[in-house]
Design a protein around this ligand. Structure first.
Ligand SMILES: Cc1cc2nc3c(=O)[nH]c(=O)nc-3n(C[C@H](O)[C@H](O)[C@H](O)COP(=O)(O)OP(=O)(O)OC[C@H]3O[C@@H](n4cnc5c(N)ncnc54)[C@H](O)[C@@H]3O)c2cc1C
Length: 350
């Protein structure tokens, strides 16, 4: 039996969409390339409900976080791995202005759920340079996105539903009621190529951007940090005793390779925060699939309904991915109308 859906790209977007299509009783076949420099392999996987300099709730976070938590728990069961780690975020406040803004925010309706009355530095006490003060966020988490992508690839391989190759767009044939690609026939092809979507001849009319980010993986002997810290950079405890440190934002480069300038930026910021020594174990970089308007891209091609797209997870794939993957699966399988904020129809000239 040919698969119902051919998915191209198996980062977080392709993985989550495959999961929801299977959940809806559909079969999938995935063509992917395991790029070490893909965002899903480099990301910290933070789910952070309060972001930015103005400490506002992230877009639709009240529905996105519970949905994401349930989805990752479901995938933990399906794959027999651990993925979702609830971890509070300690946020450094630089002076009285920031502290007042934080306190004002914490009193607003809808914010008490996320902001603790009193921040507790825990294991950070004495090991970092003291900021003016701290705020603490709860219902935040880290998702092991790299492990999810790897484990899901193995799961697909075992079912004979994965092929490792670079998809060649010139080989795709549009036929009545579907698509044909060498060795595969499917009803719909869904492209989930992250920032490489700019090379996709069917969808490159969309305003993809791409922001590069570099990260360090470090060992900090004797640290014992459990919470996530945001002070100059993010310090994120990993489950193997190492720490993820990042990241910077560089707009629009084609090249996602690590640079010496990126490493030295992160090293110097970490030195400004830590009072105890650290050792760099790895240095990685990737391009975030950011897009104009910062809302995900979902939907079928305006001319070729047998082609669809799931992209634009930007810097927040861990929280956005599950909800919007499920929504796209509902649209593809049950023809549920797409939410106008994410539907790529918004870019079709009327
Ligand atoms: C430094 C950094 C830090 C981040 N931190 C966080 C964070 O803390 N929290 C958070 O939520 N998000 C974070 N992100 C963002 C997050 O990584 C992304 O939102 C998410 O991983 C995007 O997933 P994706 O599947 O759309 O893209 P990608 O991860 O880029 O995956 C696309 C996949 O498609 C494959 N592909 C592309 N073209 C082809 C082709 N022609 N043939 C075959 N395969 C192809 C690629 O090889 C790749 O495997 C971070 C990103 C970066 C770079």
């Amino acid at each position: 039996m040919p698969p119902h859906y051919l998915l191209i790209g198996q980062g977080l977007a392709g993985t989550l969409l495959a999961h929801f299509l299977e959940k809806a009783g559909k079969s999938v076949f995935v063509i992917g390339r395991q790029d070490e420099g893909a965002a899903s392999r480099v990301a910290a996987g933070l789910i952070n409900p309060i972001t930015g300099r103005r400490f506002v709730k992230s877009w639709r976070v009240d529905s996105l976080i519970p949905f994401a938590r349930n989805t990752y728990r479901e995938l933990e069961q399906k794959l027999g791995i651990s993925l979702y780690y609830e971890r509070n975020i300690l946020r450094a406040l630089a002076g009285p202005g920031e502290e007042n803004a934080w306190l004002a925010r914490s009193g607003e309706p809808g914010y008490q759920h996320y902001i603790l009355d009193r921040a507790e530095p825990g294991a950070y006490a004495g090991k970092i340079k003291q900021a003016y003060s701290y705020g603490e966020v709860r219902h935040s988490a880290r998702v092991d996105v790299g492990l999810l992508v790897e484990a899901y690839r193995q799961y697909l391989e075992q079912k004979g539903a994965y092929r490792e190759e670079t998809f060649d767009y010139t080989q795709l044939e549009m036929v009545k009621g579907g698509v044909v690609y060498p060795g595969i026939k499917a009803e719909t092809a869904v492209f989930c190529e992250g920032p490489w979507a700019r090379e996709n001849p069917f969808f490159n009319y969309l305003p993809f951007q791409g922001d590069k980010g570099e990260v360090l993986i470090v060992r900090i002997p004797g640290a014992g940090f459990e919470k996530i810290l945001k002070q100059e950079v993010f310090i994120v405890p990993l489950e193997n005793g190492l720490y993820w440190v990042g990241s910077n934002y560089v707009k629009g480069p084609e090249d996602g390779r690590p640079t010496e300038a990126g490493a030295s930026y992160l090293r110097s910021h970490l030195e400004q925060v830590l009072k105890i020594p650290f050792e760099v174990v790895a240095h990685r970089a990737a391009i975030r699939p950011t897009v104009r308007g910062r809302r995900p891209f979902l939907g079928r091609h305006p001319e070729f309904p047998q082609l669809a797209l799931f992209n634009g997870l930007g810097a927040k794939g861990a929280s956005l991915g599950p909800y919007w993957a499920s929504h796209l699966a509902d649209h593809l399988v049950k023809n549920v109308t797409l939410d106008g904020e994410v539907d790529i129809q918004r870019f079709v000239k009327k």
